[in-house]
Design a protein around this ligand. Structure first.
Ligand SMILES: *Cc1c(COP(=O)(O)O)cnc(C)c1O
Length: 429
């Protein structure tokens, strides 16, 4: 499989080149040259397949022959070592829990898959790769954990000071080894801008091989398509049309879901649910794409003003606004409505949703499911990751899972930086 740049001004590359490079030289995002639907027998017999087999069948065309089947299956066995259950919430609504991995956020799968691919490609390479990543909360922890101890790879994480939760901060600042956390005096967009700038700065890239581990990287982005297929396997027997609602920030997750539907996965409609960072919602209403600086919310992993993957979504619909609108809706919610939704889900269904999941729930409600439809909202993080907000809102206490207990008492270590110049100094030293 070859990948081309969506800016149309860079050579086509292989899977490994796209993974190692991150962004194309013309600053464009890489996109698969073609997406071939799976045979219908795949979806007819999906009940008989385990997660590894489903993962292998759905990802293999994107990896091609660059990772041999045995190794790819080993990588998937390692990456998909936990559950992805769909829990019924209401008569026609379920939630797909994506938080059973090591950092309890859905990004674990993408981060671990990318880390293992990069480790595979880099295993005989003398030169180190530096993974540079901006996080609005959860990416950092998942990437740090995913890459911890991977040979030949250093990880540098930029996060906005004071804008991630205490647990999120601990997850990305307490690991040590090949992981360094940079605490940026700014918002997530500042972190993301600095990362993008560094990739284009030859005075850095002439000395260091940099790559990204944000969902702009295809190895972070594409494996997220598994979730939608795993959910389908579980709800297929309901014999209803499936509508997915995806709490969205950079729109990588929902975009991967749309890739799954291109593989033939039967999905009726996609709902992108956002907080007040509503650039895509405004676009769907006006067909004008006008990014705005991000604003802080209680669903901070979605505080993104200019979602990087939206351009891939447009490409998946051949840049046709009408086709997009037929299969895709976007809605936005403020923190008050999010909290109300958390309370409603808790009191009606005795289920504790985190703020991101609650936004996803609201999106399904607004979409207004028909009789023959089943809605699945993605629960993208464990509620414990937003402990204070969840406990205050629901007036209850949450048991701290083991994965989190392990980081709670470790010392946070980070380096404060104020601007791009300081990032550059750090990278060149
Ligand atoms: C990253 C993240 C999101 C947003 O996912 P995108 O792929 O960036 O749209 C939603 N919820 C949580 C908990 C996240 O960590």
């Amino acid at each position: 499989m070859e990948y081309y740049s969506l800016n149309g001004n860079a050579p086509k590359v292989s899977f490994s080149e796209a993974v190692v490079g991150g962004l194309a030289p013309d600053k464009g995002l890489y996109f698969p040259e073609n997406i071939s639907p799976l045979p219908s027998s795949f979806f007819e017999t999906i009940e008989d397949m385990d997660t590894i087999e489903i993962g292998f069948q759905t990802i293999k065309q994107f990896v091609g022959d660059e990772i041999p089947e045995t190794e790819l299956r080993e990588i998937l066995t390692d990456v998909l070592s936990f559950d992805f259950p769909v829990i019924d919430i209401e008569e026609n609504i379920g939630t797909l829990e994506l938080f059973h991995g090591p950092t309890m956020a859905f990004k674990d799968v993408g981060a671990r898959f990318m880390a293992r691919c990069l480790g595979y490609f880099n295993k005989n390479n003398e030169n180190k790769v530096t993974v540079l990543v901006a996080t609005s909360g959860d990416t950092g922890g998942a990437v740090a954990q995913g890459f911890l101890g991977v040979k030949g790879v250093d990880v540098v994480i930029l996060y906005p000071s004071g804008k991630v939760s205490d647990i999120q901060e601990r997850q990305l600042t307490t690991l040590g080894q090949n992981i360094t956390a940079l605490k940026v005096n700014g918002v997530f967009d500042d972190c993301q801008d600095m990362v993008k700038k560094a990739f284009l700065d030859e005075s850095i890239t002439n000395h260091k091989q940099l790559t990204s581990a944000n969902s702009i990287n295809i190895a972070r982005w594409l494996p997220q398509l598994f979730y939608f297929v795993f959910a389908y396997k579980q709800v297929k027997s309901k014999k209803k049309d499936i509508v997915f609602s995806v709490p969205s920030g950079n729109f990588g997750n929902i975009c991967a879901g749309i890739v799954a539907s291109k593989l033939g996965l039967p999905v009726k409609h996609f709902v992108a649910s956002t907080n007040i960072n509503d650039t895509v919602v405004r676009y769907m209403n006006t067909s004008k794409y006008e990014p705005k600086p991000s604003k802080a919310t209680i669903s901070n992993a979605m505080d993104v003003g200019n979602p990087s993957n939206f351009i891939r979504i447009q490409q998946l619909f051949d840049n046709n606004f009408e086709s997009l609108r037929n299969r895709f809706s976007a809605y936005s919610y403020d923190d008050e409505s999010t909290k109300e939704a958390m309370k409603k889900i808790y009191h009606q269904s005795n289920y504790i949703a985190d703020p991101h999941g609650a936004v996803g729930y609201l999106g399904l409600k607004e979409y207004d499911l028909k009789e023959n439809e089943f809605g699945v909202f993605l629960e993208t993080a464990h509620p414990v990751k937003f402990l204070d907000i969840v406990e205050d809102t629901l007036n209850t206490t949450i048991d701290i899972p083991l994965q989190i207990q392990r980081v709670l008492h470790k010392e946070k270590v980070s380096i404060a930086i104020n601007d791009y110049k300081e990032l550059k100094e750090f990278l060149l030293n």
